[in-house]
Design a protein around this ligand. Structure first.
Ligand SMILES: Nc1ncnc2c1ncn2[C@@H]1O[C@H](COP(=O)(O)OP(=O)(O)O)[C@@H](O)[C@H]1O
Ligand SMILES: [Mg+2]
Length: 305
């Protein structure tokens, strides 16, 4: 059982409007999963179902193998979440906020655990300060500490970088990767901004009008397996003739630069062929289509559906 979040044919109807239309996907243990889509696409609605704030109209949700319908409590113990804004009290210190939250939700959280989690999110030096003096980034880390107090296996964050400045976003990204890698946590992050998701996540699901329209692997290798390569060589005219003979798709940019559209597995063969004909290769560089290109082409392709 490697999937920690599973949605199977999940639908949600609110006031006879189909907000979520038959969504299925799963997130593996240790994966950082991005949930990307424009405002109003249905991200928060899906997340509210995952944390049991609302029930699906149809379908099954499993958290670490526990069905939300039958093992709700067990499933909820596995999840820590921040939906929209974390609930923080400005007039209380960071420590009191964590203590208060721990008392409200679970009585088993010790002083040591609070200090441990504060150090993980790097807030321990400011714990005595009132939260109203915190920067947005500090508040957000305190929110993270709150969600992580009970050692969940899964962390779910709804638009967590909203309002953060570029520096704050960069720092936040670092924490997320650290949590996933150090504690083998499964992390799901929603966003309408693909630039954030792209750098933080292993995989992304794109949602639009309540439908999952794409699942895409972002890990190194996956995205580069079939793409473009640009190369600088001594004779692109001869190279182009060789490629034409073999039927490889390419473009000659000038007398030294070629652009090839192919699978990376084919590259060694092409390089050998060039060498056999005494074409010197100065460099080869992959040109990765960004997720941005992909996101917009996917969205525009599904327009009007
Ligand atoms: N309680 C509700 N009642 C009516 N409509 C809702 C409710 N919750 C969400 N919606 C609608 O469902 C759609 C998806 O909303 P939401 O899940 O908040 O999208 P996102 O988080 O992707 O911006 C929106 O059109 C929103 O207006
Ligand atoms: Mg939302």
């Amino acid at each position: 059982m490697n999937d920690t979040i599973e949605l199977i044919n999940v639908k949600k109807v609110i006031q006879s409007k189909e907000i979520i239309k038959d969504i299925s996907f799963s997130v593996a243990r240790g994966e950082v999963f991005g949930f990307l889509g424009p405002n109003g696409a249905g991200k928060t609605t899906v997340i509210r179902m995952l944390v049991n704030l609302i029930r699906p109209s149809e379908g099954t949700i499993r958290i670490c193998g526990c069905d939300l319908k039958t093992d709700r409590k067990q499933a909820m113990n596995k999840i820590g979440a921040i939906i929209e804004q974390p609930e923080l009290y400005g007039y209380m210190s960071g420590y009191s906020n964590l203590k208060h939250y721990a008392n409200m939700n679970r009585n088993t959280i010790t002083h040591e655990r609070i200090m441990e989690i504060a150090s993980i999110v790097n807030i321990e030096k400011s714990l005595k300060q009132k939260v109203k003096t915190y920067s947005l980034g500090m508040r957000q880390r305190l929110g993270l500490a709150q969600a992580l107090l009970h050692k969940p296996d899964i962390l779910i964050l709804d638009e967590p970088t909203n309002g953060l400045d570029p520096n704050g976003i960069r720092e936040f990204r670092k924490y997320i990767r650290h949590l996933a890698e150090t504690y083998d946590m499964t992390i799901m992050i929603s966003s309408h901004l693909l630039s954030e998701i792209e750098l933080m996540c292993d995989r992304v699901g794109i949602i639009e009008h309540g439908k999952l329209i794409e699942l895409k692997d972002l890990k190194a290798g996956a995205i580069s397996s079939n793409q473009k390569f640009r190369m600088k060589i001594s004779d692109s005219k001869l190279a182009s003739e060789l490629l034409n003979m073999k039927g490889y798709l390419h473009k000659k940019l000038d007398s030294h630069i070629l652009e090839l559209s192919t699978h990376e597995h084919i590259m060694p063969e092409i390089i050998q062929e060039f060498s056999a004909h005494h074409i010197k290769i100065y460099w080869v560089t992959p040109i990765t289509a960004t997720l941005e290109d992909h996101y917009f082409s996917t969205l525009s392709a599904s327009e009007g559906m």
